[in-house]
Design a protein around this ligand. Structure first.
Ligand SMILES: Nc1nc2c(c(=O)[nH]1)N[C@H]1C(S)=C(S)[C@@H](COP(=O)(O)O)O[C@H]1N2
Ligand SMILES: [Mo]
Length: 230
């Protein structure tokens, strides 16, 4: 794992603490029984030995989840590919993304393993604006999201993607997305559980139907509605 680049991603806690945090999360995922809720609260026992800033972070609700080591993505070389069933496949830079119409919202975040964070302030781009750049074909009915971590992916129907409060987020709580939370950009869809929110996104592929993502091939529902919508 590389050391943080403070200019892009200042974190109030050290690398060693962070490694402990990540190792704890990974261990639970690798060694846990096939009841995937096992990751719940795995970080809490660590809280007592953490320096105060990180302990505060945990109490605030966020857990950092990653099925891989936390990738380091350089904003200046990052590209977001949009391809598949589109008229015009594109590759967007971070500057391209920031130049698109900006959307903001305050929404709650829920992980299916039982933790939530209320009133998260997100900023980013609505998928309708984002995907329009590539001109989806009429045969496109779904969207695949792929992480630069090389392991994680998930999908939504196009209708779900176009929900009014779904977005590709590049800011959280007024600051550029931090590396643990998926910098430079992550999927946010508040009406569904957090596992739909692919972090370190680097590819969006328009498809004729959705597919099972990382956790869905391991037992989670493809439709991750929090309020049991159809
Ligand atoms: N690339 C990637 N994205 C991911 C995950 C992951 O392991 N890898 N975990 C998902 C799950 S299960 C949740 S609850 C949220 C957690 O977001 P956070 O780590 O910012 O708290 O990220 C989601 N996106
Ligand atoms: Mo989750």
């Amino acid at each position: 794992m590389e050391i943080e680049r403070p200019a892009l991603d200042a974190r109030p806690y050290g690398r060693r603490t962070f490694l402990t945090l990540v190792a704890g999360g990974l261990t639970s995922l690798v060694w846990g029984p096939p009841v995937w809720g096992v990751a719940r609260d795995v970080l809490l026992p660590v809280a007592g030995v953490l320096p105060p800033p990180l302990a505060g972070l945990i109490r605030s609700g966020w857990r950092i989840y990653s099925v891989t080591s936390i990738p380091h993505v350089d904003r200046s070389t990052w590209r977001l590919k949009i391809d598949g069933l589109v008229e015009r496949p594109v590759e967007l830079s971070y500057a391209d993304l920031r130049a698109m119409p900006r959307a903001e919202q305050v929404t709650d975040f829920h992980c299916v393993t039982g933790w939530s964070v209320a009133n998260v302030r997100w900023a980013g781009v609505r998928f309708r604006d984002l995907l329009a750049v590539a001109r989806p074909l009429s045969t496109a009915q779904a969207v695949g999201f792929f992480s630069g971590d090389g392991a994680y992916s998930d999908s939504l129907t196009l209708d779900q993607t176009y929900l009014g409060d779904a977005m590709l987020a590049y800011e959280m709580d007024g600051k550029p997305l931090t590396r643990p939370h998926g910098a430079p950009a992550r999927v946010v869809i508040p009406e569904m559980y957090g596992y739909k929110g692919v972090k370190w996104l680097n590819q969006i592929t328009l498809l004729d139907q959705p597919f099972d993502g990382y956790w869905e091939t391991r037992g989670y529902d493809r439709n991750a509605w929090i309020d049991h919508r159809a």
